[in-house]
Design a protein. Structure first.
Length: 375
């Protein structure tokens, strides 16, 4: 078994290749394909929770695998209004639940994401301006579009020429993506809007005009024509998160220190204060290891713990690649000191006392060469 520092370096030196290896594992590839193909067909929380394969995949992707059994609890999470500070998910200390709820839109399905709407309105503004439409009129139409897009719940709503609101929305969208000439070909537009953009063979992906695919990507419709509870972009992000989680779990099966190191590498960019570390048991364990603190230190006053962490760990330094790698290197070395890998012990180790396992000279030199937060 490899030591924690060496095992982490082997994985992290080419993270893309490491993730690709995991993604290509037959079981991972099958589960990911199933998720991407079927999450767009889900129309309710009940359907989502009933499909164990979809539900458990998403739970693992967001690091909640141990809570997969708690469907009643997770239903409350998914039913939460994240705009309400008092909602169930927002009151939970563990922010993973908020991230999970944010990845789905069971409460307020949107025909367009904010990025899709922004792209549509930007394109429309440029084309309308070139066509000679006045700026005030352009802004008026864009405002109307923004207000009415929320009423669209299906492809039928968008293509229904009997609805003035839907018709104006469709006109704006078609102009934005250069499809005005296709306005009367509703079947062509339906095929575009219900295409699976993850499938290279889908109708939209087979079009030679890139704007046609951009039109399909700007909306959030599933294969049945209804608004998806997760955009295709969110579905791909969930897939990527699942692969990363699988990488970390596999690494942890060999050496828990490596799993913790990979986890810290992933979470470090989101750390805003010492309290972010204190709120996450895994991050706290890492900090305690680096600082040489016993687990009992967690019983200290929370503010005192925060001050201790902030005084000895430079959170700003962790935002830099160099600072982050230096911190993780120190952690893996100190983890190895506290949890020596059996196969790493050889006749070359230093024995300080009879019967006591020491530290190799290389490890000692590495440890002494590292300083917290670059200080």
């Amino acid at each position: 078994m490899l030591s924690a520092p060496l095992a982490y370096q082997m994985i992290s030196r080419d993270m893309t290749a490491s993730l690709n290896r995991v993604a290509s594992q037959p079981a991972v590839a099958r589960d990911s394909e199933y998720y991407l193909e079927n999450i767009g067909k889900v129309g309710s929380i009940e359907e989502f929770l009933s499909d164990h394969r979809l539900y458990s995949y998403a739970m693992k992707a967001y690091g909640l695998e141990d809570m997969t059994y708690a469907k009643a609890f997770m239903r409350k999470v998914l039913e939460s209004d994240l705009s309400d500070p008092a909602s169930f998910a927002n009151k939970l200390v563990d922010k993973r639940y908020q991230e999970f709820a944010k990845a789905f839109s069971f409460q307020q399905p949107q025909a367009q994401t904010s990025s899709g709407m922004s792209d549509t309105l930007l394109r429309y503004g440029e084309i309308a301006s070139e066509a000679g439409l006045s700026d005030p009129m352009i802004r008026l139409i864009q405002t109307s579009y923004s207000r009415n897009i929320g009423a669209i719940a299906s492809v039928d709503d968008l293509l229904d020429s009997n609805s003035a609101a839907a018709d104006s929305i469709l006109d704006v969208a078609l102009m934005a993506y250069g499809l005005t000439a296709r306005a009367g070909d509703k079947e062509f537009l339906r095929k575009l809007l219900t295409s699976d953009l993850n499938d290279p063979e889908s109708f939209a992906n087979q079009q030679t005009n890139a704007d046609y695919r951009a039109f399909a990507a700007a909306f959030n419709f599933g294969p049945d024509g209804n608004v998806r509870v997760q955009t295709q972009e969110q579905a791909r992000a969930t897939r990527d998160a699942f692969v990363r989680q699988t990488l970390e779990v596999d690494a942890g099966a060999q050496n828990e220190g490596v799993r913790l190191a990979l986890y810290f590498e992933r979470k470090a960019p989101s750390l805003t204060s010492a309290y972010s570390i204190l709120a996450d048991p895994a991050l706290l364990q890492i900090a305690q290891t680096v600082l040489g603190l016993p687990a009992e230190a967690g019983n200290m006053d929370i503010d005192a713990q925060a001050r201790l962490i902030e005084s000895r760990i430079d959170l700003d330094e962790l935002k830099t690649p160099e600072g982050l790698q230096k911190f993780i290197s120190r952690f893996t070395v100190m983890w190895e000191v506290a949890n020596p890998t059996a196969s790493a012990v050889s006749p070359s180790v230093l024995i300080t006392q009879p019967g006591q396992i020491g530290i190799s000279a290389d490890t000692l030199m590495t440890l002494q060469g590292l300083r917290l937060g670059g200080r």
